[in-house]
Design a binder for this molecule. Sequence first.
Ligand SMILES: *Cc1c(COP(=O)(O)O)cnc(C)c1O
Length: 370
Amino acid sequence: MNVALLDLKLQYKQYKDEILPILNEIYESQYFILGPKVAECEAAIAAYSTCEHAIGVASGTDALLIALMAENIGEGDEVITSPYTFFATAGCISRTEATPVFVDIDPDTYNIDPAQIEAKITPRTKAIIPVHLYGQMADMDPIMEIARNHKLIVIEDSAQSIGSEYNGKRSGSIGDYGCYSFFPSKNLGAFGDAGMVVTNDEAKAEQLKIFRMHGMEPKYYHKFIGGNFRIDAVQAAVVTVKLKYLDDWSDGRKENALFYNEAFADLAAKGKLFPPTALENRRHIYNQYIVRSPDRDALKSYLLDKGIGCEIYYPVPLHVQDCFKELGYVEGDMPESEKAARETLALPIFPELGNEQRDYVAATVNEFFS
Ligand SMILES: *Cc1c(COP(=O)(O)O)cnc(C)c1O
């Protein structure tokens, strides 16, 4: 049997009849950039994220970058974040000429450890970017308290966590900014690159809109050096249609996660493989289902041989990436991130996964350890 890590074709079948006439309408209108479809999508995402404002941009990466730019963060500034994340989180900090400052993760959630943040704050620190990795939110209460005490901006990297919650609060709605990605493989994916920034602050929302259009306000008068960070109508229309399905899909992912948790309980008791930890007071949306095992590499080869898609997110933490050598970190500086990079593996969790397929995944994992 073959089981893909993610199969978007099965999902497409569910809303295909709904999206095709809308796409056709866009093609007939030839209105591609911003416009009514984007406004509709922004209103829908604002409501879903429980934020006042949503500003569509060209990717999750641009969402992070534009939030940093709108805060005038740049050379000489420091931004605290996790080294165990997708590259874009820290890449954007460097692109503004600011310096990423890494803080190790909590091994249970793979998210930034709030207890280690304060020691990294200096007079140059301007912001914290907590990443809500794999669909579960970082521990936001202590992060917000530290940020308030030190007057720091908080930019939530919500690229993997749209709809997840912390004490009933939605991902993206707690910090000053929330940044979503609609990359096709994210829980809410477009038909190309797209992203969005949400905020409850009207002045910040206005800044974001100006930066999205080359820092231009009014037309052809440039206050700032912004960029072309615009979202297009096709992506916005797809996101608007798919948003209606998102909670059902998140429920489907959770059901698969609970199934696996039970199937792996024995292995966990024997210390061979550990299912993800879903904390109380959080809604986990399982962007990924991540298991941890000291035998990760052999397990991965075994599963691939048996036709099961699996992937390592992420094999090299950012503090030891070549491009960040000048920051001066060495192996050993972020022990939990390094350990996670050695031990974690993502298994198929997508909501359309069939019962037979997930039985096969669970049986094959158990078979490897027997
Ligand atoms: C996907 C992702 C991004 C970047 O989003 P893109 O839309 O691919 O630019 C940023 N941060 C995290 C944690 C991500 O997973």
